[in-house]
Design a protein around this ligand. Structure first.
Ligand code: NAD
Length: 258
């Protein structure tokens, strides 16, 4: 069903993992898709080919999502080539690196906050400015994490960025409701993507991790993408300011065993 026909989506981190799955699913649902990629142009072109195979238009644009000028350039290019962006999926992110605050240098902290939080601020602001000027509605879906609330040692940068992203989501939901722009976030648990490369490489590591997931397995990027498409669709119109967890019950386990 082409529930997103006529819509123009921008997916950050669209060349890999959850972002790539979102780009494919948004196209399958009828949207044209722009991919903001960071480093891997060939991967971004591969995702564009998947989008085009559905009959939709696709472009790939390189940028650091935390860089104001580059994000502005991406929005200008998408406007010129595909039209005004009215769906935004913020999937770009870097993971925690197991470094305690006492040992973390400022560049490390800044890189995570810039990519996982400031990036979503910059892209969301650009989307809202464009839609406000055009008087059009839209949707934002931020890919957060269960680690926004279930914190882990060695992940203060990531946990703080994702908690910030959750409150960016909630605050923008209030600000953007009068504009008809819905703002939500998805909080995945363990999803098999390059961010979890070790789980894909090492079956015993994966099995050990999956023991803690009530559903008994890690999630797939397409499962997260299906939820993103739903949150972008008319059926989810009345949902705004919500963080939707998709984790096979993993977060429920955090207080067990002690
Ligand atoms: N995989 C998981 O288990 C999991 C769980 C919870 C949340 N998440 C979140 O999902 C999102 C997608 O992660 P993924 O699992 O698909 O991992 P991934 O590593 O496959 O994708 C991350 C993407 O972010 C992009 N990126 C990194 N730095 C960037 C920058 N400065 N500018 C622009 N793009 C940049 C990368 O190029 C890549 O495309 C992330 O925000 C991540 O925190 C993932």
């Amino acid at each position: 069903m082409d529930v997103l026909e006529g819509r123009v989506a921008l997916v950050t981190g669209g060349e890999s993992g959850i972002g790539a799955a979102c780009a494919a699913a948004l196209a399958a649902a009828g949207a044209d898709v722009a991919i903001l990629y960071h480093q891997d142009a060939a991967a971004a072109e591969g995702v564009c080919a998947t989008v085009r195979a559905t009959g939709r238009r696709a472009i790939a644009l390189q940028a650091d999502v935390g860089c104001e000028d580059q994000v502005a350039g991406v929005f200008a290019s998408v406007l010129e080539k595909l039209g005004l962006v009215d769906l935004l999926v913020n999937s770009a992110g870097v993971n925690m690196r197991g470094v305690a605050v006492a040992d973390m240098d400022l560049d490390h902290w800044r890189q995570t906050i810039s990519t996982d939080l400031t990036g979503a601020f910059l892209t969301s602001r650009a989307l809202v400015r464009g839609l406000r000027e055009a008087g059009k509605p839209g949707r934002i879906v931020n890919i957060s994490s269960i680690h926004a609330t279930a914190v882990r040692e060695g992940g203060a940068d990531y946990c703080a960025a994702k908690a910030g992203l959750d409150n960016l989501t909630r605050t923008m939901a209030i600000e953007c409701a009068p504009l008809g722009i819905g703002v939500n976030a998805i909080a995945p648990g363990m999803v098999l993507t390059p961010m979890n490369a070790k789980a894909e490489r090492d079956p015993s590591y994966r099995a050990e991790a999956e023991k803690h997931i009530p559903w008994g397995r890690a999630g797939r990027p397409d499962e997260v993408a299906d939820l993103a498409v739903y949150l972008c669709s008319k059926r989810a119109e009345y949902i705004t300011g919500t963080i939707v967890t998709i984790d096979g019950g993993l977060i429920l386990e955090q207080a067990l065993g002690a």
